[in-house]
Ligand binder design. Structure first.
Ligand SMILES: [Zn+2]
Length: 495
């Protein structure tokens, strides 16, 4: 029993009254990209996943997708009306793991000492204050910050479903719809990873502990009722919620979902072909509790219920055994590393090289948004490996760039994005090379310079689906992004 109202595994869009949030490009005063909208850019330097770094790349798009990509074109030879992209152009970056509301904690949680678990208490305080309107305002600002950092698609791991005490909103998906609308207003794509979160942890005897306090807002009661609510989002048979939004699903963690309740989540993933994500082994305490309760590691438990595979993403994967690495790699389960958060929360350094060598694709996420900078996430994977192994060059710049772009999009259900290639969604991120961090780089190692020394602050222009979203460092839809963050966050932290 999956709670699937259609009964055949493929829910009908809107069958349970769920609406689809409109894309707001027109509302923001900018025309939609139609089939006949043709745009051209001439990139001074561009990273083409298939061909490396090339100069003078003439890129043409129609209807929001690339139709031709030609390197080595002289400026004198480009057609009239072509936009010049000065600097280094990458494909769109995908932030594969986000909790938008954690952005409110930035800095505020850096004073004093503590652990993941004391940080979590502060995070719950913010969670307890959010309502649909304030969530929309915060997420809109956070996603705009992401766009300024070159992020064209976000995977929002969403579990703040209900009102205080777990009371349902009139539309029980109102919080999720606020996130979809926030992404539209910020001009980015979103995979709304609707997360099943049923228990507060594993007790000493292995039994699930009931949700309490702010956690009551996360819970749907059981897996079938979680699924019933998710089918009410009204995704179409391909999992699309709007032109810019698709559905993903998640098992929050083995702490929060008992194994007997995981099947409705897996079934929902199958029904829509939707990505399935899960936090995995972020903390040793989770491994110990899982071993005590179930006699297997968290990875072993997900394998036992059939949750691993190429459509699944294991987020963190920090504390793995050799057997876990074989299970993840052998099943081609994606791992999403979030190294700034993992360092910030004193989680540890995950075995990225070993699990990728075993067969897992790797994506990247800014997770708690201690910072929002995928270039930093990318280099930190390699720098963490160096600190642990004493070896340099475990991941080259191209492998790290692929994790931030094409692999991230694929694990969010957008395999048609993240590459500058004909047929791909027309997303471009241009990094300025005349900044103090990147000036003087050599063309031969430009990608290495950008990945290992560039920052979000160097991102100058962002195109998403053929439409300008950031131009010369300014967000064209939200306008003053710092003001939007400055208005949304203080009320959530006030004593
Ligand atoms: Zn997370």
């Amino acid at each position: 029993m999956t709670g699937d109202p259609g009964g055949d595994g493929v829910p009908v869009a809107g069958a349970t009254g769920g609406g689809v949030v409109p894309v707001t490009g027109e509302r923001a005063g900018r025309g939609p990209v139609t089939e006949d909208t043709v745009r051209r850019w001439h990139a001074e330097l561009a990273w083409l996943p298939a061909g490396g770094v090339r100069p003078g790349v003439l890129i043409e798009a129609a209807g929001g997708r690339f139709v031709s990509v030609r390197p080595d074109v002289r400026a004198a030879d480009v057609p009239a009306g072509t936009v010049r992209l000065a600097g280094f152009t990458l494909p769109g970056l995908a932030n594969a793991h986000s909790h938008a509301f954690h952005r409110a904690l930035r800095g505020a949680v850096q004073a004093g000492q503590g652990t993941f678990w004391t940080w979590r208490e502060r995070m719950y305080q913010v969670a307890s204050r959010l309502e649909p309107d304030s969530y929309l305002a915060l997420a809109r600002a956070v996603y705009a910050e992401m766009a300024l950092a070159g992020i064209t698609c976000v995977g929002e791991f969403h579990y703040l479903h209900h009102g205080a005490g777990g009371v349902r909103y009139a539309d029980e998906n109102q919080m999720g719809r606020a996130l979809i609308e926030a992404a539209a207003q910020a001009g980015v794509r979103i995979t709304l990873i609707d997360t099943c979160y049923l228990s507060g942890g594993l007790g000493n005897d292995g039994s699930p502990e009931p949700l309490a306090g702010p956690q009551l807002r996360f819970g749907d009661g059981d897996g079938d009722r979680w699924a019933q609510r998710v089918y009410g989002l009204g995704a179409d048979q391909h999992g699309m919620l709007a032109a810019h939004a698709r559905l993903g699903v998640a098992i929050h963690s083995v702490r929060a979902v008992p194994p007997g309740q995981m099947h409705p989540v897996i079934a929902c993933s199958h029904a829509y072909g939707a990505p399935l994500h899960a936090h995995l082994s972020e903390q040793m305490a989770e491994n110990q509790a899982c071993l005590a309760a179930h006699g297997v590691t968290p990875t072993g438990l997900l394998d036992r219920v059939g949750a691993l595979g190429p459509r699944t993403t294991a987020v963190h994967a920090t504390h793995l055994t050799g057997g876990d690495i074989e299970l993840l790699g052998g099943s081609r389960t994606v791992v999403c590393m979030c190294p700034t958060t993992e360092a910030d929360l004193a989680d540890g350094v995950g075995p990225a090289r070993a699990v990728v060598s075993a067969g897992s694709p790797m994506s990247l996420g800014s997770d708690s948004h201690a910072v929002i900078d995928l270039l930093e996430e990318a280099r930190r994977v390699e720098l963490g490996e160096r600190l642990v192994t004493g070896q340099r060059g475990n991941f080259g710049a191209a492998a790290l760039a692929r994790a931030a772009s094409v692999a991230g999009h694929a694990c969010l259900g957008w395999p048609e994005a993240g590459e500058i290639a004909p047929g791909a969604l027309a997303d471009l991120v241009t990094v300025a090379l005349d900044t103090p961090r990147l000036a003087g780089l050599s063309e031969a190692t430009a990608l290495e310079s950008v990945i290992f020394a560039g920052t979000a602050a160097d991102v100058r222009d962002v195109v998403i689906g053929g439409r300008d979203v950031v131009r010369d460092g300014q967000h064209l839809l939200v306008g003053d992004v710092p003001a939007a963050l400055g208005a949304a966050i203080p009320p959530l932290l006030a004593p």
